[in-house]
Design a protein around this ligand. Structure first.
Ligand code: NAD
Length: 424
C-alpha cells in the first residue's frame, strides 16, 4: 500500500517486523520462557498457491495466493481473506499472527490465520473474481475446515466471496458445510449482526475510552479513514449515537466538514457510486491530511502503516481507535505514547468482527440461530470485559494499551501451548 504521508523507512513499513517489535517488547515484560518465545513467534504453516484464471478477454493470468496459519494452540485457525493488488506473504504472515493475539485478547477458542490473493477485484469482473475465489479455495482446501481453519472477509472480499468459498468447499466434500467460513450471507448460515460487528465494536471501544478519559460523547469529533465495511458502519453508528463525524475517506480521498457531515446522505452516495468521489457536501481532504485533522477520535479503518514516524507527531486526536489491522507502526507507537494519545489497539479495537464470526461458527454448528439483540448483547459483554482486561494488564505492567493487550494475549497462548506440550 502506498504511504499516504511522509516516507518512513522500508523496515518501519514491514508489518511482520512491526508485529515482532510489539511481540518482543511484551514477551520481555512478561518474562516469557525462551523456548515458548521461539515457538510462538514463527507461524505454524504457510502455503503459497498459483491461481490460474481465464480472464474475460480470453487470456490466462496466474494470481499468487497465500494462506498462513500462525497458531492452532487455542483452537482452529481463524482469519480473513484479503484481495489486494499489493498483498505479500509478509503482510499475510503479520495479519495471521495478529489474529492469534486478537482471538486470545477476547478469549475466543481460535488460533490465528490469514489469507491473501494478489489481485485487484475493483478491476475485475464478478465472473473473474468468482473464478479466483473458487480456484484459491480448491487449492488450499486440505488445510481448511470448521475444525481446521475458518476464513472470513477482509479487504476486497465480501459476503458473496464467502458464499463461493463455502460452496466450493462443500462441492469437494460432497455435503454442505456452512461452518467452513464466517461472514456469509444470512440466508446461507451467516449471523445476524456480523456485517456490523467490527464497526459496532469500534464504537463500543470509543465509549469505554471516553469513560476512562472523562470525555463527553456529545459533540465529540470523529475522523475516519476508510469507508468500507469497518469505516462506513462505524461512521453510521457514531452518527446515530450523537458523535460529530467530521471527516471520512476512501482510497479516492476524503470529505471534511468541521461542523459534522451528513452521514446518511454520504453513505447513500457511497452505496450508489461505490466511491466518495463526486459527493456534494463538505470539502475535499486527502488521506494524509485526514489523519492529522482537528478531531477528538481518529479511526484508521483502511490499511496498514498509516500513522508512522512521519506524521504521528501531528496527530491531533486524543484517542486513536484502530479499526484497521496494523495502521500504526512501532516507531509511531512511541511518539503517540509520549504525547499521551490513548490508543485502543487493533487486536482489541477491531475484534468485534472475529467475535461475531465465532458466534456464527457456533450457530452453524448448532444449526440454531440467534436474534440480533442476543448477538449484540454477547458481543458487547465480551468486548467491554476485554477492554477492561487489557486496561488492567496495561496498568499492572505500567505499559500502553497496546503492550497491555499483547501481554495478555501472549500469556494466554503461552498457557495453552505449555499445557498441550510439545509433540516431537
Ligand atoms: P473494505 O475493503 O470493506 O474497505 C476498505 C476501505 O479502505 C475502502 O473504503 C477503501 O477505499 C479504503 N482504502 C483502501 N486503501 C486505502 C488507502 N491506502 N488509503 C485510504 N483508504 C484506503 O475493508 P474492511 O473490511 O472495511 O477492512 C478495513 C480494515 O479493517 C483492514 O485493515 C481489515 O484488515 C480490518 N478489519 C476488518 C474486519 C472486518 O470484519 N471486515 C475485521 C477486523 C479488521
Amino acid at each position: 500500500m502506498t504511504p499516504t504521508s511522509g516516507a518512513p523507512a522500508p523496515a518501519e513499513r514491514n508489518p511482520y517486523e512491526a508485529m515482532l517489535r510489539r511481540f518482543d517488547a511484551a514477551a520481555k515484560i512478561l518474562g516469557l520462557d525462551p523456548n515458548l518465545y521461539e515457538l510462538l513467534k514463527i507461524p505454524d504453516r504457510e502455503l503459497t498457491v498459483a491461481i490460474p484464471v481465464i480472464l474475460d478477454d480470453g487470456s490466462l493470468r496466474v494470481f499468487p495466493g497465500y494462506r498462513v496459519q500462525h497458531s492452532i494452540s487455542r483452537g482452529p485457525c481463524k482469519g480473513g481473506i484479503r484481495f489486494a493488488p499489493d498483498v505479500t506473504i509478509e503482510e499475510v504472515r503479520a495479519l495471521a499472527a495478529w489474529m492469534t493475539w486478537k482471538c486470545a485478547v477476547v478469549g475466543i477458542p481460535f488460533g490465528g490465520a490469514k489469507g491473501g490473493v494478489r489481485c485487484d477485484p475493483r478491476k475485475m469482473s464478478r465472473r473473474e473474481v468468482e473464478q479466483v475465489v473458487r480456484r484459491y479455495t480448491a487449492s488450499i482446501m486440505d488445510i481448511l475446515g470448521p475444525e481446521r481453519d475458518v476464513p472470513a472477509p477482509d479487504m476486497g472480499t465480501d459476503e458473496q466471496v464467502m458464499a463461493w468459498v463455502m460452496d466450493t468447499y462443500s462441492m469437494h466434500v460432497r455435503h454442505t458445510v456452512t461452518a467452513v467460513v464466517t461472514g456469509k450471507p444470512i440466508a446461507l448460515g451467516g449471523s445476524k449482526g456480523r456485517r456490523e460487528s467490527t464497526g459496532r465494536g469500534v464504537t463500543l471501544m470509543a465509549r469505554e475510552a471516553l469513560k476512562v478519559l472523562g470525555m463527553e460523547r456529545e459533540g465529540c469529533r470523529v475522523a475516519i479513514q476508510g469507508a468500507g465495511n469497518v469505516g462506513s458502519i462505524a461512521a453510521s453508528l457514531f452518527h446515530e449515537q450523537g458523535y460529530r463525524v467530521v471527516a471520512i475517506s476512501d482510497v479516492s480521498g476524503g470529505i471534511h466538514d468541521p461542523e459534522g457531515l451528513d452521514i446518511p446522505s454520504l453513505l447513500a452516495h457511497l452505496q450508489q457510486r461505490r466511491t466518495l468521489e463526486g459527493y456534494g457536501g463538505g470539502d475535499r481532504i486527502d488521506n494524509a491530511a485526514l489523519l492529522t485533522c482537528e478531531c477528538d477520535l481518529l479511526v484508521p479503518a483502511a490499511t496498514e502503516n498509516q500513522i508512522t514516524s512521519a506524521n504521528a507527531e501531528r496527530v491531533r486526536a486524543r484517542v486513536v481507535l484502530e479499526g484497521a489491522n496494523g495502521p500504526t507502526t512501532a516507531e509511531a507507537d512511541a511518539i503517540l505514547d509520549k504525547k499521551g494519545t490513548f490508543v485502543v489497539p487493533d487486536i482489541l479495537c477491531n475484534a468485534g468482527g472475529v467475535t461475531v464470526s465465532y458466534f456464527e461458527w457456533v450457530q452453524d454448528r448448532m444449526g440454531y440461530f440467534w436474534e440480533e439483540s442476543l448477538v449484540n448483547e454477547r458481543l458487547e459483554r465480551i468486548l467491554v470485559n476485554s477492554f477492561h482486561d487489557v486496561r488492567g494488564s496495561a496498568e499492572k505492567h505500567n505499559a500502553s494499551m497496546r503492550l497491555g493487550a499483547y501481554i495478555l494475549a501472549i500469556a494466554r497462548v503461552a498457557e495453552t501451548t505449555r499445557l498441550r506440550g510439545l509433540y516431537a
